[in-house]
Write a protein that binds this ligand. Structure first.
Ligand SMILES: Nc1ncnc2c1ncn2[C@@H]1O[C@H](COP(=O)(O)OP(=O)(O)OP(=O)(O)O)[C@@H](O)[C@H]1O
Ligand SMILES: [Mg+2]
Length: 215
């Protein structure tokens, strides 16, 4: 649709991102082939920041959706609304992203129910389409559209996992906490504190992470 203001979804200022390997090149290769990407790793390791940075670097709009278990397919694709002028269709964030050619970042996608997650399937293979069943329309994804999901392995309950058929559609990118010297650099950059204090905070952080599994 032409009446969507794409600029509002663009990131105007360069986000600070400290690379720890060749993840930027990897992502650019995945984007060039418009492959859907799954970023995996523990909380706070920089997944969201990385995607935000890549959207800025590629100059593409980004639409982020925080997924939760109450989310329905309609929350992603859209629904009919009743207002003073009658019934009208309102695109959901996934549909908007497919139309304008945004990077659609589904955060914590594993929280969503599996019957919700399957709506992304036709967008993530050769079809690159999104059927809006209730509206009787099939949206063909814009050539710039890309789907990215985040996944925190081992963090959700065993009952909650992505279907194999969902997982296998994505290029996986593993993230983890960066080495202490890089982490200190990030802490100093983000907070403005001096290098010495940042290094001590990172030590405390590492010690706290090692308590994992000890309640
Ligand atoms: N490589 C990095 N470069 C710059 N900042 C980083 C980096 N990694 C982590 N950070 C900092 O850590 C904060 C948390 O990172 P982020 O929100 O990206 O984590 P996340 O992996 O998305 O976590 P969650 O799984 O909880 O959503 C960021 O706001 C940023 O301040
Ligand atoms: Mg995040």
């Amino acid at each position: 649709m032409s009446d969507i203001d794409i600029e509002q979804y663009k990131i105007s200022e360069e986000p600070f991102y400290q690379p720890s390997g060749n993840e930027i090149d990897q992502y650019e290769a995945a984007y060039a082939a418009r492959l859907p990407v799954m970023v995996k790793g523990p909380t706070g390791c920089g997944k969201s920041r990385f995607i935000e940075y890549m959207a800025w670097k590629l100059g593409k709009p980004i639409i982020t959706v925080a997924c939760n278990e109450d989310m329905t397919a309609a929350d992603l694709v859209g629904r009919y609304l009743l207002d003073a002028d009658g019934t009208r269709w309102l695109d959901g964030p996934l549909t908007t992203a497919a139309r304008i050619g945004a990077i659609c970042y589904l955060d914590e996608v594993v929280e969503a129910r599996q019957d919700t997650t399957v709506v992304i399937h036709p967008l993530t293979d050769h079809r690159r389409t999104l059927p809006l069943d209730k509206k009787g329309e099939v949206v063909r994804a814009h050539e710039d559209f890309q789907l990215v999901i985040s996944y925190n392995p081992g963090y959700q309950s065993l009952m909650k996992d992505l279907k194999q058929s969902t997982k296998q559609r994505f290029v996986g990118m593993d993230f983890d906490y960066v080495p202490a010297d890089l982490e200190a650099k990030i802490v100093a950059e983000e907070t403005g504190i001096n290098a010495g204090t940042a290094a001590k905070l990172v030590q405390v952080g590492e010690a706290a992470r090692n308590l994992k599994g000890h309640g």
